[in-house]
Design a protein around this ligand. Structure first.
Ligand SMILES: Cc1ncc(COP(=O)(O)O)c(C=O)c1O
Length: 401
């Protein structure tokens, strides 16, 4: 009898991403001729900025060999990161940064550099669903700390966080501005996280993918801006150009730390994967050198999109919906028992005038069992006319379901 091959238990225990797992149903709906409005994923429809496109044309005209880049990153590109951080009021040196394939690789590097198997990471819940998968891959445990909608998902209870710290806790993973809640944490809240990290000797893995994308005149602070000099040693920033420069497909991010041990661990991992994309780093460089005006403009556009989408949905459903302060997502609680089934039904059974909408079911954004089952996460990344229609479709569907 042939031996049966089996994949690792670890890989078998990975969840499918709630953001992408319904894609086959969306593809099938499209094949049936149905137009799908995609609110499930943060893949914005803004055109990639002209300076990036211009550089892409220039590079494609000039390039002879698409070689590997340096493992740490292309020199000129690293300089542009340092310049961007300086523009944000944060002083970093070249040794304190390593370019990565998106913020996703930065997160994998950060968890790998700080945690051994069975170590624990505290994460504020609901959280970016892929954290769970990254941690699982490394046999690291995600310990959720529930944040409440009634507090707009802000940190109000230091003791509640402290209760979850055990001898295995190695890091606090802190997403600001937050996906999926859109919460922008204040300097005071960042101080709470820093004080806890100092008291319990923890790293802070700060996912600042959405830095600068804030609404209503709010401002997002980096953990590195709030940390005292001696505290910066425990801070690791995971960063990304995907959303800020509208180049999701270029896969460019960075990991930043003033801790030399962390950065030398990161460099070894970066060397093992050889390099991040050469062309992508080159085309992003001129834009990154002077991007704050664009990011300010982008934040204003998302604020308008948030208002259009939520005003329409609240009006149609007669529901109060959590209003995000930044990024471009929110969690929406619906009068539906199981949003996994509802989100699938939207693609398999529902349509209005040949159109439907795709959303991410909420449960995948929680580690706590049974949480998020009546919630969906939406990304308001489409132009306003489409968002209005998507909100109409969603409210029609809820009434029909
Ligand atoms: C909070 C957060 N972190 C990290 C990422 C990873 O982004 P990328 O790998 O495209 O940089 C995302 C993507 O949506 C995100 O929302």
């Amino acid at each position: 009898m042939a031996n049966i091959l089996s994949t690792s238990q670890r890989s078998q225990s990975l969840p499918s991403s709630p953001i992408r797992k319904l894609v086959p149903f969306a593809d099938a709906a499209k094949k049936r001729g149905i137009k799908v409005y995609y609110l499930n994923i943060g893949d914005p429809d803004f055109a990639t900025p002209q300076p990036v496109i211009r550089e892409l044309k220039k590079v494609s005209a000039d390039i002879k060999t698409v070689s590997y880049a340096n493992s740490q990153g292309v020199g000129e590109h690293l300089k542009s990161w340092v310049k961007y951080y300086k523009d944000c009021g944060i002083s970093i040196t070249y040794d304190e940064i390593n370019v990565t394939s998106g913020g996703s690789e930065a997160l994998m590097f950060a968890v790998s550099a700080t945690c051994d198997p069975n170590d624990e990471i505290l994460v504020f819940e609901p959280y970016y669903a892929n954290y769970f998968t990254f941690a699982r891959l490394l046999n690291v445990k995600v310990v959720p700390i529930a944040l409440e909608e009634k507090n707009a998902f802000h940190l109000v209870d230091k003791k509640q966080i402290e209760k979850k710290i055990t001898k295995n806790t190695k890091a606090i993973l802190f997403t600001n501005p937050n996906n999926p809640t859109g919460t922008v944490f204040s300097k005071k809240e960042i101080r709470i996280v820093l004080d806890l990290a100092v008291k319990h000797n923890l790293f802070i893995i700060a996912d600042e993918t959405y830095r600068g994308l804030c609404f209503d005149d709010k401002k997002s602070y980096s953990v590195l801006q709030v940390a005292r000099k001696e505290e910066t040693q425990r801070v690791i920033i995971c960063d990304s150009l995907s959303k800020r420069l509208n180049i999701c497909g270029a896969r460019i991010g960075a990991i930043i730390s003033k801790n030399t041990d962390v950065m030398s661990a990161v460099l070894k991992m970066a060397q093992a994967r050889l390099s991040a994309g050469l062309i992508e780093q080159r085309i992003a460089t001129p834009m990154l050198n002077n991007c704050l005006p664009y990011i300010g403009w982008l934040a204003k556009q998302y604020e308008k999109r948030r208002n259009t989408f939520l005003d329409t949905l609240e009006n149609k459903l007669k529901l109060k919906i959590h209003r995000p302060e930044g990024a471009f997502y929110t969690m929406v609680r619906l009068p539906v028992k199981n949003t996994d089934e509802f989100a699938k039904w939207l693609l398999t059974d529902f349509c209005d005038q040949g159109e439907t909408v795709m959303v991410a079911p909420g449960a995948g954004f929680y580690a706590t069992p049974n949480k998020g089952k009546d919630e969906i996460r939406v990304a308001f990344v489409l132009e306003e006319k489409k968002l209005k229609r998507a909100a109409q479709l969603l409210s029609l569907a809820v009434k029909k379901y």
